[in-house]
Design a protein. Structure first.
Length: 225
C-alpha cells in the first residue's frame, strides 16, 4: 500500500485530521500481521509434513508457532483454509522460481535442464513442503474441492511450461514425436520419485547433483531415434 493510500484511509477514519506520524504505526502493524501470518504458515508446513492433513490440528500448529489458538483463527478460518493457503503460497513461489530460471533459455534442452535444476533446488530447500506436496497434493480428496482452484492452476502452469519446452524440442526434431504433455508428466513424475527416494535415504549430497542424471535419463527415452 502506498503512503498516499495510507493517508487517505486514515483521513477517512479521523475526519481529515492526520499527520505523517500516524502512518508509521500502521506500517508497523502491517509488518507485524505479515510476520505472524508467515510464522503460522511455517509452523503449519512442519506439522502437516510430519502428521499429514487429517492428523494435524490447529492447536498443534499454534503451539509450534508459539501463538495462541485464537491468533491462528484470526488469520485462517479453519484448518483447510490454512492448508490451502500454504499450498498456494508455496506453489506460486515454486512456479516463480522455475519461470525465472527458464526465462532466457534459447535452446529447449537448455530450458529443460534449467527447469529440472530449479525444481530440484526448490524441493531441496523446502523439504517439509515437498513431503506435503508428494503425500497429498491434488490426488487427495481435498485436491478435488473448489477451493483448490488456485493450486490446480499453479500445477497446470508448471506442467504447461514443461510441455512447451518438450514441444519445442520435438519441433527441432531433438525429441521423438508424441504427446508432449504425456512426456511432461513422465519427467515431472521422475523428479518427484527421485526426491522421495533422496529424502527417504537421508542423502547428504545435494539433490541438485542429480540434475544431469534426470535430464540424461529422460532424453535417452525421449530422444529422436
Amino acid at each position: 500500500m502506498t503512503r498516499r493510500r495510507q493517508l487517505l484511509i486514515i483521513r477517512a477514519v479521523n475526519g481529515n485530521s492526520v499527520s505523517e506520524e500516524c502512518v508509521k504505526p500502521l506500517q508497523r502493524r502491517q509488518r507485524e500481521r505479515l510476520q505472524r501470518r508467515a510464522d503460522i504458515l511455517q509452523a503449519a508446513e512442519r506439522v502437516f509434513a510430519t502428521k499429514g492433513f487429517h492428523a494435524a490440528s490447529i492447536e498443534e500448529i499454534a503451539h509450534t508457532a508459539e501463538y495462541g489458538t485464537g491468533t491462528v483463527y484470526l488469520y485462517f478460518k479453519d484448518k483447510q483454509s490454512l492448508y490451502i493457503e500454504l499450498f498456494e503460497d508455496k506453489m506460486r513461489d515454486l512456479s516463480a522460481s522455475i519461470h525465472e530460471r527458464v526465462r532466457g533459455a534459447t535452446h529447449p534442452l537448455d530450458g529443460l535442464r534449467r527447469l529440472i535444476s530449479a525444481r530440484l533446488e526448490y524441493f531441496e530447500h523446502n523439504r517439509a513442503f515437498f513431503q506435503v506436496y508428494a503425500r497429498e497434493g491434488l490426488d487427495s480428496d481435498l485436491g478435488r474441492e473448489a477451493r483448490w482452484q488456485g493450486v490446480r492452476r499453479a500445477f497446470a502452469s508448471n506442467l504447461a511450461l514443461v510441455t512447451r519446452l518438450i514441444a519445442a524440442g520435438q519441433k527441432r526434431q531433438l525429441l521423438r514425436r508424441g504427446d508432449a504433455r504425456r512426456l511432461a508428466v513422465a519427467l515431472s513424475g521422475m523428479m518427484i520419485q527421485l526426491t522421495r527416494d533422496w529424502l527417504r535415504q537421508g542423502e547428504v549430497d545435494p539433490l541438485t547433483n542429480q540434475v544431469d542424471f534426470v535430464l540424461e535419463l529422460f532424453l535417452r527415452g525421449a530422444q529422436q531415434e
